[in-house]
Design a protein around this ligand. Structure first.
Ligand SMILES: [Zn+2]
Length: 91
């Protein structure tokens, strides 16, 4: 079943795309990441759906730190899935 966002939720996420792309991500373990947004550092826990900046916890919409980590997690998953289906090269 698809998920639909309200207009306000969609605007919230769109405003955070560019700042989230500027974050540096440092894995702590499989679920937790330290994220440096150039002004502050935050700890994102993907398993708990939580960020130490508290925005994700209070608004229930992802903050820039959570979006940065989600993008990285998506890229890793896509890389593994792509590798499973299509070899990068064949010898
Ligand atoms: Zn955050």
């Amino acid at each position: 079943m698809p998920t639909f966002l309200t207009h306000d939720a969609n605007a919230h996420i769109k405003q955070r795309i560019l700042p989230s792309q500027r974050c540096e991500i440092h894995p702590i373990d499989f679920h937790r990441f330290k994220v440096d947004d150039k002004w502050n550092e935050a700890i994102v826990d993907l398993e708990q759906h939580s960020c130490s900046c508290r925005e994700w916890d209070l608004d229930e919409l992802p903050c820039i730190h959570a979006m940065a980590v989600a993008r990285l997690a998506y890229k890793i998953e896509a890389t593994f899935n792509a590798t499973d289906r299509e070899p990068i090269w064949e010898g």
